[in-house]
Design a protein around this ligand. Sequence first.
Ligand SMILES: Cc1cc2nc3c(=O)[nH]c(=O)nc-3n(C[C@H](O)[C@H](O)[C@H](O)COP(=O)(O)OP(=O)(O)OC[C@H]3O[C@@H](n4cnc5c(N)ncnc54)[C@H](O)[C@@H]3O)c2cc1C
Length: 513
Amino acid sequence: MSANDFDVVIVGGGHNGLVAACYLAKAGLKICILEKNESLGGATVSQKVFTDFDARLSRYSYLVSLLPDQIILDLGLDFEVLSRDVASFTPELVESENSGLLITTEPSEETEANFELLTGNLEEYAAWQSFYGELHQMAQAIAPTLLKPLPSRSELRAIVGQPIWNDIMEAPLGEAIERRFKSDLVRGIVLTDGLIGTFADAHDFAANRCFVYHLIGNGSGEWKVPRGGMGKLVAELTRLATELGVQIETNSQVIAIKNNSAGFEIETETGPTYQSKYVLANCAPQTLAKLAGTPMPESLDGSQVKINMLLKKLPRLKSGIDPKLAFAGTFHFDERYTDLQLAYAQSAAGYIPDLIPAEMYCHTLTDDSILSPELNAAGYQTLTMFVMHTPANLFDQNHDQVKTEIKSKVIHQLNKYLLDPIEDCLALASDGSLCIEVKSPQEIEKEIGLPRGNIFHKDLSFPFREDGEAASWGVETAIPNLFLCGAGAIRGGGVSGIPGHNAAAAVLERLKG
Ligand SMILES: Cc1cc2nc3c(=O)[nH]c(=O)nc-3n(C[C@H](O)[C@H](O)[C@H](O)COP(=O)(O)OP(=O)(O)OC[C@H]3O[C@@H](n4cnc5c(N)ncnc54)[C@H](O)[C@@H]3O)c2cc1C
């Protein structure tokens, strides 16, 4: 083998590429990762966004649910995720009074009382308990299948059971939500899990697919805070990959993948060419199509704006709730069901929605290790906001103007619920600017290569194959020995390591013959 000859070349050093590399190197294979950026991690990174301050923000992805404990155990990673006591808080006016719905992570009398206050009786709470109880059973059934070859539709249906299978997999999500819940606010909170990173109407199956992945992680669907931030995961994977002898080349953009009888030849923009028997593509399938001539997948554009903030203090709320409770879980605002549906319709028609649905959370209330001791002592906090239904096409013309308009609209909306305007709470940089950064889908594409800013590379797929389709790991492509190992694989999407694990498993299975 020459120096540039490998068993497996991995195109892209996102967390999934690193997971695949670790499994394969542990199995004794010679592995090379080619990453186009200066640093590894892709959408899973911590960065000092505001250079005056030692605050390492999870710049893109921020919460973890889908990463199976098994991967952490298999690879012996020093990586921990922390539960939050509060699942969510949604501010709302009740009879002209500022109030809100606080939902604790575990069932509680407080949550029950809040549902009663917000909806007038306990029916909605009972509907919530029953729906999420069934979803928990669905999660328990699906989670153990995620690191195995794809089950068929009938196999998965048999283990998930009815009626939840039909509600989630066979009928538009909006039908189940409208049948099971009456409150516009509660319906909206449920629907958001179908729309994070997915531009869809409640009656579009894209929302069902997105909903599934938001509810099944580790058999509970609980979204947890990564201790040390997202970059900690990539730092651990990089440490292990390096110890296992994986060759990692950054600033190495792959420009072509050619296959011949001997295997693959991988060309980079900087010059060196690499040879391998197998190629794993951690880049998006759309990128792979350009590099290797595989079919170009159809996909929705990304539809979110990400806002990162560093604060001197948390704002107080008009409802009077303690900010440490309100911002510890997901703080939903203007995400009522009718808000979401109207915002979708307006964006789909090419307009910035009148009311832009958004949600955010404070990392540092659960894990202050991302701030320096000095910032912690001074009471600094972070907020990360995910703004929905702002698809890439809105920004195609007048990018900067649209970005400014969306930012000011969302800030104005948020301030409606706050006693202290958010601007008064933001940290000030030495040049006098406020510590807030806004990322459009186009900027996300430019920085980390997510096509049109789609956070899952491309639209998600249900976690099964159709009956009669050939057995697979969900990572295969039209070219033998070339596998997807990133978010664009079936059961990819999110910070999960699942497609990385499954691509490695597919290679090892082929090698066994
Ligand atoms: C704003 C935002 C918020 C999100 N929030 C969450 C969240 O809270 N929780 C969650 O689970 N998920 C979240 N996601 C989604 C999640 O981050 C991604 O789905 C996941 O990180 C994808 O990981 P990956 O390793 O498959 O791909 P990526 O992270 O996209 O990595 C792919 C790598 O390939 C490299 N690459 C691309 N093309 C080439 C080439 N030609 N040559 C060499 N290298 C190349 C890229 O530079 C990149 O490093 C979010 C994403 C975004 C953008």
